[in-house]
Design a protein around this ligand. Structure first.
Ligand code: FAD
Length: 278
């Protein structure tokens, strides 16, 4: 049953430090950014918490900039902002591709990258991109800042390394060398949750990450190693099919996900062959 919104409390801090103090002293509070995921939970009555922390007034979580050679994306950056950012287009074009395929323009206008990361769905479309880019998740609490490498941020199905008194403030992306590649496979071209989503970088040591094939978004180091040592694509496909652990669910079957993942791997390899740079 839908949650009665009139029974919920919304705290609206005006600064990051105020938000972090509220999280520590007035918790438990649920951070609320674009509310595109949370609203679904409220609609279906699956969110037991009654008190929310509105992040929308926190300018410290906004903006997309370069700090030395690192691309720093504020947690509140929306998909529309990612799509429109010349910096993101130049440095991480696969993040623009992923953002373009999220939901619909309405969702792209409200949904944030911080929300996609914190929501921790194995089908989150930006997550394989951040995995292949070896991004760092910047987390703050009243006690200070932590930088968690993407590959240790998820600790299990819909579980993260964040504590309840912490917020994601930004995502840092180091320079990515090599040609970038992204594909999302869903039931239709728009408004579809991924059956499989893959991001990859063609470099001397290729980097490949997939979503919807395991409890969290995963890099596939054994498959990457086969390609790095010059193994055949057939060998890499066989390794990939062993390495991922897809399940049957409402959106697809494990068998479909294994086969399509292998096909996408071959497509990545052939489409990026002999082409240098981004
Ligand atoms: C119709 C529809 C279509 C969608 N299509 C897609 C799709 O194609 N691909 C896809 O990946 N997703 C999709 N989504 C899911 C959703 O839009 C994204 O996950 C979005 O990025 C969530 O961001 P948000 O700002 O709306 O998060 P919210 O709903 O505000 O929050 C989501 C979760 O993250 C937490 N959170 C948010 N910001 C922070 C922060 N800074 N620090 C700590 N915790 C935080 C919240 O507490 C909550 O648990 C869709 C959703 C809808 C309703």
């Amino acid at each position: 049953m839908a949650t009665a919104l009139s029974r919920l409390a919304l705290l609206q801090p005006r600064s990051l430090i105020e938000a972090l103090r509220l999280l520590r002293d007035e918790g438990p509070l649920v951070p609320l950014a674009g509310c595109t995921d949370l609203y679904v939970g409220l609609h279906f009555g699956t969110i037991p918490e009654k008190r929310f922390l509105d992040l929308s007034g926190l300018s410290a979580l906004r903006g997309i900039r370069l700090r030395s050679d690192t691309l720093v994306i504020g947690a509140l950056a929306t998909y529309t902002e990612l799509i429109r950012s010349p910096l993101v287009r130049r440095r991480l074009p696969i993040l623009v591709e992923a953002a373009r395929q999220v939901g619909s323009p309405q969702i792209q206008n409200r949904g944030t990258i911080g929300g996609n990361v914190a929501n921790a769905s194995p089908a989150g479309d930006t997550l394989p991109v951040l995995a292949t880019a070896e991004a760092v998740i910047v987390i703050r609490s009243v006690d200070g800042e932590r930088r968690v490498p993407f590959d240790s941020f998820y600790t299990g199905y819909r579980r993260t390394a964040m504590r309840r008194d912490e917020l994601i403030v930004a995502i840092e992306v180091p320079p990515v060398e090599g040609r970038q590649w992204f594909r999302k496979v869903g039931t239709r071209a728009a408004q579809a949750i991924s059956k499989i989503v893959i991001a990859a970088v063609r470099a001397p040591l290729p980097r490949i990450a997939l979503g919807s094939v395991a409890p969290t978004v995963v890099r596939v180091p054994c498959t990457e190693a086969v390609l790095a040592r010059g193994g055949t694509i057939t060998e890499a496909q066989a390794t990939l099919m062993d390495e991922i652990q897809p399940i049957d669910d409402v959106r697809s079957t494990a068998e479909y996900r294994r086969r399509v993942s292998a096909n996408l791997l071959a497509q990545f390899w052939s489409e990026t062959a002999g082409r240098a740079g981004r």
